[in-house]
Design a protein around this ligand. Structure first.
Ligand code: ATP
Ligand code: MG
Length: 452
């Protein structure tokens, strides 16, 4: 990443004293306070910085506390027993307090020349490239103005070098410096704009939004592993639905999830509702501190395309299970060129998808086999999300919800033993132990998935 951009910005320091802001030590983690005090006592300058200061000023709870200091990584290491140095190109110190890690970064300069630091070249490769700088330089190489404020533990003031306080008041995200230059340096900043706007309920400044359409394609050059991490932050950070809407509204979705954008562009309302509901459910689970899996989330985002591609192959005469497997592989491969979804998740996604046609097979053995499948729960939740696809799917969801509530023997007695598959009629299930009615065999036109 080239960091020359800040050179055309003149930082103008504004110091906001303790009685003019709301940050209180009560809201800063003890671990972070200890690191700040220790560095200060040892004669270094050290500040809480970045997202933590921004969030505290907004009255939010930061998810991590980062520190910027004049001490070099080695000097930090000498001060803390519980410290390890990480990063190869730019070294950072992690000070570890049980489950909490405080990231301590030395003020970083702007250019390859310019700052103090050391560069180690081994076999022609830069293995370490630490360009240390002043706090002013550290401030202007950050992305958004609201992200470049420093909380000073020595007098409890906030140091604002680039007008972040103003932006917080105006609830707007502005880049530091020229947007085009800053996005060219690091295209992921476009995604950070969308994510932070959703998380903080702010708008993106028009000048910061304007280059999205022309520079969005640069996201194709970003590391897919990093885009996976960014995607998780966007969708599993508690504001997934808002982040998604922001991505769509800003035109970035097609660069990050081309598959999803394409399927939605076909104007399928049921799919839009499925994606929205899937993201809303995920947000609700996070708000309740329940676990969420990236696999379910990506299964939701890619479903429209997988389903349509599977139908395409079935229309060309492929057998149901083969068509689904082929569609899943094809769609996952395309998406993974952008966002590197790890294999352990894509395997689960493929299971969630391939179990969908099996919900249509209402025979005793098959029903019990599906119910004991390790992915049954996820696949059933997914079936419920599909309710808007058709009245038949909604019925199916109700049938399976009901079936799970019946005692095993009652359910078993109500189910036909075999002889092909049938789409269910959930009314045929006994409310208590009512004997089962004979059921009709029904199949959706053109749907061969029953044999999957
Ligand atoms: P979150 O609340 O999600 O943690 P954050 O702004 O703290 O948001 P981090 O990824 O934790 O995001 O980054 C910490 C800080 O590092 C940011 O506030 C910003 O100052 C700086 N930063 C992060 N990513 C970039 C980037 N791509 N370019 C420039 N500065 C960045
Ligand atoms: Mg952060």
């Amino acid at each position: 990443m080239n960091l020359q951009s800040g050179t055309d910005i003149t930082p103008a320091l504004r110091i906001i004293p303790r009685d003019q802001h709301i940050i209180s030590r009560k809201n800063i983690s003890n671990a972070a306070l200890r690191v700040l005090y220790r560095l200060n006592e040892a004669g270094y300058t050290a500040y809480l910085v970045g997202g933590a200061v921004r969030d505290l000023l907004l009255g939010l709870h930061p998810k991590d506390f980062d520190i910027a200091t004049s001490a070099t990584p080695d000097e930090v290491k000498r001060l803390f027993r519980n410290c390890r140095l990480i990063g190869r190109r730019f070294r950072l110190a992690h000070v570890v307090f049980g489950p909490e890690i405080i990231e301590v970064a030395t003020f970083r300069g702007l250019g390859e020349e310019g700052g103090e630091g050391d560069r180690h070249i081994v076999d022609g490769r830069i293995v370490r490239d630490n360009i240390w700088g002043t706090i002013e330089e550290d401030a202007i190489r950050r992305d958004f103005r609201v992200n470049a404020m420093y909380y000073d533990i020595s007098d409890f003031s906030v140091r604002d070098y680039v007008g972040g306080m103003q932006d917080l008041q105006d609830r707007v995200l502005r880049l530091i410096g020229d947007p085009v230059t800053r996005y060219r340096e690091d295209p992921v900043r476009m995604l950070r704009a969308a994510r932070l706007a959703a998380k903080l309920d702010m708008r993106i400044d028009a000048a910061a939004m304007a280059p999205f359409e022309s520079l969005g394609p640069l996201l194709a050059e970003a590391a897919p592993a990093r885009l996976f991490d960014e995607s998780l932050k966007m969708f599993l950070g508690g504001q997934g639905l808002k982040s998604f809407r922001m991505l769509e509204h800003s035109g970035l979705l097609k660069f990050l999830f081309p598959v999803t954008a394409r399927a939605l562009a076909r104007g399928d309302d049921a799919l839009r509702s499925l994606v929205g509901q899937g993201l809303a459910n995920t947000d609700a689970r996070i708000a309740e501190d329940k676990s969420v899996t990236p696999a379910f989330l990506f299964a939701v985002l890619l479903w429209g395309e997988v389903r349509d591609v599977a139908q395409h192959w079935m229309a060309r005469g492929q057998d149901g299970s083969e068509a689904w497997a082929r569609a899943a592989a094809q769609v996952v491969a395309e998406q993974c060129q952008r966002v590197a979804i790890p294999r352990r998740f894509t395997l689960t996604m493929e299971e969630i998808w391939s179990l969908q046609p099996r919900f249509e097979q209402i025979q005793r053995k098959r029903v019990f086999r599906l119910m004991t499948h390790p992915r049954f729960r996820a696949a059933f939740d997914f079936l419920l999300l599909r309710a808007d696809e058709s009245p038949a799917i909604r019925e199916l969801g109700l049938w399976w919800a009901h079936a799970q509530q019946l005692p095993q023997d009652v359910l078993s007695a109500a189910l036909p033993v075999g002889g092909g598959s049938a789409v269910s009629d959930h009314a045929a299930l006994p409310v208590a132990a009512r004997p089962s009615r004979p059921r009709r065999r029904r199949r959706k036109p053109g749907d061969k998935s029953g044999s999957a």
